[in-house]
Design a protein around this ligand. Sequence first.
Ligand SMILES: Nc1ncnc2c1ncn2[C@@H]1O[C@H](COP(=O)(O)OP(=O)(O)O)[C@@H](O)[C@H]1O
Ligand SMILES: [Mg+2]
Length: 311
Amino acid sequence: MTPTVVGVGLACLDVLIRLGDMPTWETGGRISAFRFDGGGPVGTAMVAVQKLGIEAGYVGSAGNDRVADLKMSFLTEYSVDVSHVVRRDSPESQVVIVYVDQETGERTFAGLRNLGMAMLAPEELDRDYVLSADFLHLDGFHYEAALQAARWMQEVGKTVIFDGGKTSAKSLPPQMTDAIGLIDVLICGEGFAQALSGKQDLYEAGEAILDMGPRIVVQTLGAEGSVTVTRDERFHTPAFPVNVIDTTGAGDVFHGAYIVGLHHGWPLAQVAQFATAVSAIKCTGLGGRGPIPSYDQVIAFLAERDIYLEE
Ligand SMILES: Nc1ncnc2c1ncn2[C@@H]1O[C@H](COP(=O)(O)OP(=O)(O)O)[C@@H](O)[C@H]1O
Ligand SMILES: [Mg+2]
């Protein structure tokens, strides 16, 4: 299989726990729902790409135990190509406990401290496989390998998308400033563009980042939607009001859907609106991947709101 989109980054097993109050050491607690699902920015974005009808391949690492097998099943059940995942002879370490607030659907994470064995080395990448794709999606995990893959894509003029995540830091590590010149499309969560550019205003931050390399900068703002900045346009895309159960993976799914929109060659306002609809539907269920809609479900969701895509 030749994927249209290849992702090099994190895929983990999410253990989701939906609750009202965190247990304490003194009293323990009760939970209202529990689920296993796949997680990780790139892993979940690749599932979104595949569910939306475009071939996706995931590149990363996995362990050799039944936890690893379960994690892999959350990629293979959606037909994401995992032929280039490197299996390590060690237990799966990419596991995240996700606590979901049953009132707001917002979440917080706790992951394992030591992921050292998991890191992919650049030599473990298959250059031909990476270059067989039109789009490369990265999240900063497997950093050295990801940088190598991005250089290959840049040499041949293909598109590199980066998930900047969300941050409360005032500045970013030097690796990020090294990598920004290799990125064509930066899609990031709250705080990232400000930390990278040193500018507080969302649009000014986006414009400063255009000078560093990317040609499209999208900042996602949770229930406030997103803002897009390019040399030619700047606009806000509001989120769709939905019954929010769990926001886990909303940003990851937004990235996958955005790449699908770029692949279709749509105007960027439509790309952003499509990604916003996919993320909104995702938020109506528990887990990062299970609730991701099919392409037809997104079209129906938009039609219910009198929105029709230009093909
Ligand atoms: N509560 C929500 N209601 C509707 N849409 C949401 C909600 N939270 C997120 N989204 C959609 O998902 C996109 C990404 O979410 P965001 O919260 O910015 O990322 P992250 O998953 O990194 O927290 C938003 O731009 C928005 O379109
Ligand atoms: Mg969010």
